[in-house]
Design a protein around this ligand. Structure first.
Ligand SMILES: [Zn+2]
Length: 286
């Protein structure tokens, strides 16, 4: 997959490494303790915290930095930003063709666990989309896991995972997820699961549609890329990954369909490039 130098999305929210570090303060680092003293001091003494910080630090007037951490800008982060930008470019255009407007999802990078509007997100569940806050959540260690446990390598396989989650965002924007969840309220458990599978396979198909359009636009696919994505679809089918999520409300913990079904629907979207071919709900065969 060729992506270097292409546009990077601003819609990545980086929560990795939060909870550490002091506040940057005019070039020196200052611990939380000092800051607490300054804030408490200013509360009781009625002077500004900056004044007290100056007294404590003895320095010249400091400039309080607005951010705690410098955003990561390593290759992997750049890759995620660029892939997200590709999904934005493709879906903005595909929505526009239908006279609609695509509003991009945020993508949250986190380590271990993080709060979401859908409950606590955990690395063990794999990447997921939360419709309530319209964010995709990914712990990048998942990509290492794909490689070590499922022997799925290659950046396009990772891009496919992101595109699948964005596929859920597209379903949310189109009102499909809501319709499915309403139908599930009235359905038996078996029918409800069948609907979940159809939703998952449609997200795979949407990922294929995305790849089709992005390749048309950017010529980003290289030899072996599609096979790598199909390997990923095979490896993270039903049987593989999503079984560790008990007890946590994570929308993408539903059954995903068999590996063969995932491969079929991704391929269908990839070949056609058309959203209409992704109607898993009316397909005679999945
Ligand atoms: Zn999914």
């Amino acid at each position: 997959m060729k992506w270097e130098g292409d546009r990077q999305s601003d819609n990545v929210e980086d929560r990795r490494g939060s909870g550490g570090g002091g506040f940057g303060l005019g070039g020196r680092s200052i611990g939380i303790g000092t800051l607490v003293i300054a804030l408490v001091g200013s509360y009781f003494l009625g002077v500004s915290p900056t004044t007290i910080l100056n007294m404590l630090g003895g320095g010249e007037a400091p400039q309080v930095a607005q951010t705690q951490t410098v955003p990561a800008n390593d290759r992997e982060t750049q890759f995620v930003r660029t892939t997200l930008a590709y999904t934005e470019d493709a879906w903005v255009e595909l929505f526009r063709q239908q006279g609609a407007q695509y509003s991009p999802a945020k993508l949250v990078l986190f380590n271990n666990r993080t709060e979401t509007a859908c409950g606590q997100g955990q690395s063990a569940t794999g990447p997921f989309y939360c419709p309530a806050d319209q964010k995709v959540y990914i712990d990048l260690s998942f990509f290492r896991l794909m490689q070590s446990r499922f022997n799925v390598a290659g950046e396009f396989a990772q891009a496919y995972v992101i595109a699948h989650e964005i596929g859920h965002h597209v379903q949310n924007q189109l009102g499909i997820s809501n319709q499915v969840h309403e139908a599930q309220q009235r359905a038996s458990e078996a029918q409800g699961n069948a609907l979940s599978v159809k939703l998952e396979l449609q997200a795979d198909c949407f990922a294929g549609v995305w790849a089709h359009h992005t390749h048309q636009r950017e010529q980003f696919l290289e030899k072996g890329d599609v096979e790598a994505a199909l390997n990923a679809a095979t490896a993270i089918g039903d049987d593989a990954l999503q079984k560790q999520s008990q007890g946590v409300v994570v929308p993408d913990s539903f059954t995903h369909g068999s590996s063969a079904q995932r491969v079929r629907w991704f391929s269908r979207g990839l070949e056609s490039g058309k959203v209409e071919t992704c109607n898993t709900f009316e397909a005679r065969q999945l």
